[in-house]
Write a protein that binds this ligand. Structure first.
Ligand code: NAD
Length: 356
């Protein structure tokens, strides 16, 4: 199979971690008889420096014409003072919006070899944490109208949160389908005791659950979810929620595994086109030193094979290889433990590639 992949390394450690994911993808292509063609696109600060904008229209076209997009990270102190209209992060919102990436999938998996890195007690982690948050990505309060104006002699700020039936139904379907492919258990997170958007959310989810009777469904309030993720995270398989709740809960969940460098993510559209990236930023403090953890990006490439290309065996091969290198005691600096072998970003990519 031939697949065209738009590669957006970005800033800081972006180019270093992306190089390792490409190395692993090339190994998968060789082993499984595929051809992956990579088209590189500047994004973020490096694009601002070259073209004055965080992504060019030509770059956007390359993303739209690809079968999927692989992103490193954008931003850094050099561009913090940029005009807000051309800040590096603007490019991410533009790509999400123009590619229609409405579903964000963030797995939180604690590899047993890294249990010491989790802030939770062993008794709370049980058999291990393996959950997935499905976050709505293009609606809700982040995309609603906003205003700050003077009323009755003081400033009043307003952000509108709105959701349509269609927006809720399509993210609900992604969540139910994803739950079907995992542990067949879905919790829908809302604030239906207060918000109208949540009451509509719950109504639509209840209609959908009739179609997915093989999936065990429950409703849970967002404040309780925040608590349960710390108290008893192993009760969850798939969680689905709206944009802002998902933003906050997925960061909370990612910390259960102890290292941000291990965490992949996928942003999906209604078709097969998706964008895949590690959840961390450009880590300017460690850029250019060959010490970044490349595993989150390598696992993002595995998600791309699974969700955009329907290559489950190939995705399993990458995830299995990551498990093997951890078993062998190989660690990057951020997950280093006593008695383990410390590898650089590049050497970790080599180790994963060798295990495929
Ligand atoms: P960050 O995620 O870049 O870094 C936070 C901490 O985690 C740092 O100490 C960093 O060294 C460490 N870290 C992150 N990734 C790592 C990895 N792969 N291996 C080892 N250690 C890792 O967050 P930040 O410092 O708040 O942000 C830095 C820049 O990244 C900012 O400009 C921010 O706007 C941007 N950012 C971009 C994205 C994105 O591109 N999707 C996401 C978040 C932040």
């Amino acid at each position: 199979m031939t697949k065209n992949i738009a590669v957006l390394p970005g800033d800081g450690i972006g180019p270093e971690i992306i190089a390792e994911a490409i190395k692993v993808l090339n190994k998968v292509a060789e082993k499984f008889g595929h051809e992956f063609k990579f088209t590189y696109v500047d994004i973020g600060g490096c694009s601002i420096d070259k073209y004055g904008v965080p992504i060019t229209e030509d770059g956007m076209e390359k993303c739209k014409n690809a079968h999927s997009v692989l992103l490193g990270a954008v931003g850094g102190p050099k561009w913090d003072g940029c005009d807000p209209s051309i800040r590096p992060e603007k490019a991410l919102l533009k790509v999400r919006k123009e590619l229609g990436l409405f579903a964000n999938l963030r797995p939180t998996k604690l590899f047993p070899q890294l249990a010491d890195a989790s802030p939770l007690k062993e008794s709370v982690m049980g058999e291990g944490i393996d959950l997935l948050i499905v976050r709505e990505l293009t609606g809700g309060v982040y995309f609603g109208d906003r205003d700050t104006s003077e009323k009755n002699g003081e400033l009043v700020a307003t952000d509108i949160m709105s959701y349509s039936q269609h927006e809720i139904e399509r993210i609900g379907r992604v969540a139910f389908e994803t739950a079907r492919k995992r542990g067949k258990k879905l919790a829908s997170v809302d604030k239906a005791n207060v918000l109208d958007t949540s009451r509509l959310w719950r109504k639509i989810m209840h209609e959908l659950k009739e179609e997915y009777s093989d999936v065990e469904y429950s409703d849970i309030l967002v404040d309780n979810t925040a608590m349960q993720l710390i108290k008893n995270p192993t009760q969850f398989d798939v969680l689905v929620t709206e944009n802002m709740f998902g933003d906050i809960l997925s960061d909370e969940a990612s910390m259960l595994t102890g290292s941000i460098g291990m965490m992949p993510s996928a942003s999906l559209s209604e078709g097969t086109l998706g964008m895949y990236e590690p959840i961390h930023g450009s880590a300017p403090d460690i850029a250019g030193q060959n010490i970044a953890n490349s595993l989150g990006t390598i696992l993002s490439a595995a998600m791309m094979l699974r969700y955009s290309f329907n290559m489950a065996d190939e995705a399993d091969a990458i995830e299995g290889a990551v498990n093997s290198v951890l078993d062998k005691g190989y660690r990057t600096a951020d997950i280093m433990q006593d008695g383990c072998v410390r590898l650089g970003c590049k050497e970790m990519g080599d180790a994963v590639s060798d295990c495929i």
